[in-house]
Ligand binder design. Structure first.
Ligand code: CP
Length: 350
C-alpha cells in the first residue's frame, strides 16, 4: 500500500512525476476530466481547513470522481471515542482513497498502518503537511524554474509550523539549497531539524537581515492553536510583518509564498506586487492534488519508499501531542543519522 504521509515517502523521481503530471493537467484540463470516474475520495478533517479540504474536493471533482467525508471530529464517531485506526478501517470500506487532517502528531502514520486504501496526510498537528509542500514546490517550479541552488527564507513560527517542517525536509534533498531561518527565539526550528541541515542554514531575528539574501521567502502565521499559554501567543503574534519597505530590500526576482491563512504577517499593500505569489500558490494546490490523487491511485503496485526504517524500542514518546498516547499502536522509535532517538510517529527527539 502506497501512502503519502511525509514528503520523503516519494523518491525525487516520484516527486518529478507528480510535478510533471500537475503541469500536464494545467496544460490539458479536458484530458483529465474523467480519469477518476467511479472513484471516491474521503476527506476526514478533525481540524479546521479552507484551502486543503476544498482543494482536495475540487481536485477530485475535476478528475471526474466523487467526494465524501466530514469536516470536524465532532460530526463523526470520533466524538464517541472512536480511534483513528478504527475510523480509517471503516472509511476504507466506502472510499478508494483518504485525505486526513488530525490534530495529533503522528496520526497520519497510524492511519497509514491501519487503512485498507491509500492515505494522504493533509496535516498532522504541528508535525507535517506534505501536500502543502507539493503546493509550495509546484509554485517554486512555475515561478522560479528549479528546485536546486536556492536560498529559502522561512519566517514566523518555525517550531509549530508543520508546513515549514515539511518544506525543509523536501527542499534539503536538492543540491545547493540554503535556508535563512527567521523567528523569535521561542519559536525556532526544532534542534533535530537544524542538525539535519548541517551548515546549510543561518538563524536571524529580523526580516530586514533576510530580505536581500533570499530567492524564496516563505512567510507563516504564528500558530495560536498550538500554544499551551495564551499570553505567550499574545506576546509573539506580531513578531514579523512583511510590508513594502521590507519588500524594497529584496531582489526583483524573488517570490513571496505563504501557506495561508494569513493573520497580519503580510500587509495587504504587498498583494499587488508581482513577487507576491501566495494566491497563485493556492490555485497550484488544486492542480498538484489532482496529480497526487491520480498518481497514488495508479501507483498501488509500487513498494513504499521509506528512508528511516524503524527499530522497535520499549520507550514511550515524550511529546504529549503524539498520537501514540491515545491510539493502540506499538510505541516504537528509531535512531536518526545523528544518533538521536526519535519517535517513529511524530519525529520528536527523546
Ligand atoms: N494551507 C492550509 O493548510 O490552509 P487550510 O488550513 O485552510 O487548509
Amino acid at each position: 500500500m502506497k501512502h503519502f504521509l511525509d514528503p520523503t515517502d516519494f523518491t525525487l523521481q516520484e516527486l518529478d512525476e507528480v510535478m510533471n503530471r500537475a503541469l500536464d493537467i494545467i496544460a490539458n484540463r479536458a484530458k483529465y476530466a474523467d480519469v477518476c470516474h467511479g472513484k471516491k475520495l474521503a476527506t476526514l478533517f478533525y481540524e479546521p481547513s479552507t484551502r486543503t479540504r476544498l482543494s482536495f474536493t475540487s481536485a477530485m471533482m475535476e478528475l471526474g470522481g466523487n467526494v465524501l467525508g466530514f469536516d470536524s471530529g465532532q460530526n463523526s464517531s470520533a466524538s464517541k471515542g472512536e480511534s483513528v485506526a478504527d475510523t480509517v478501517r471503516t472509511v476504507g470500506c466506502f472510499a478508494d482513497i483518504i485525505a486526513m487532517r488530525h490534530f495529533k502528531e503522528g496520526s497520519a502514520q497510524v492511519a497509514g498502518e491501519f487503512s485498507p486504501v491509500p492515505v494522504i496526510n493533509a496535516g498532522d498537528g504541528g508535525h507535517s503537511h506534505p501536500t502543502q509542500t507539493l503546493t509550495d514546490m509546484l509554485t517554486i517550479l512555475r515561478e522560479v524554474g528549479r528546485f536546486d541552488h536556492l536560498t529559502i527564507g522561512l519566517c514566523g513560527d518555525l517550531k509549530y509550523g508543520r508546513t515549514v517542517h515539511s518544506l525543509i525536509k523536501a527542499m534539503q534533498r536538492y543540491e545547493g539549497n540554503r535556508f535563512v531561518l527567521i523567528s523569535p527565539v521561542e519559536l525556532r526550528l526544532p534542534e533535530y531539524m537544524k542538525n539535519e541541515l548541517g551548515d546549510n542554514y543561518v538563524e536571524v531575528t529580523t526580516l530586514e537581515e533576510a530580505m536581500p539574501l533570499v530567492d524564496v521567502l516563505y512567510m507563516t502565521r504564528i500558530q495560536r492553536e498550538r500554544f499551551h499559554e495564551p499570553e505567550q501567543y499574545e506576546r509573539l503574534k506580531n513578531s514579523f510583518v512583511l510590508d513594502m519597505p521590507k519588500m524594497n530590500l529584496a531582489r526583483k526576482d524573488m517570490i513571496v509564498l505563504h501557506p495561508l491563512p494569513r493573520v497580519n504577517e503580510i500587509a495587504m499593500e504587498v498583494d499587488p506586487d508581482p513577487r507576491a505569489a501566495y494566491f497563485r500558490q493556492v490555485e497550484n494546490g488544486k492542480f498538484v492534488r489532482m496529480s497526487l490523487i491520480y498518481n497514488l491511485l495508479n501507483w498501488q503496485d509500487k513498494p513504499r519508499h521509506i528512508e528511516h526504517p524503524a527499530t522497535p524500542t520499549d520507550k514511550d514518546c515524550t511529546n504529549d501531542r503524539c498520537i501514540t498516547h491515545t491510539e493502540p499502536v506499538e510505541k516504537r522509535a528509531y535512531t536518526d543519522a545523528n544518533g538521536v532517538l526519535r519517535c517513529y510517529y511524530c519525529d520528536h527527539a527523546f
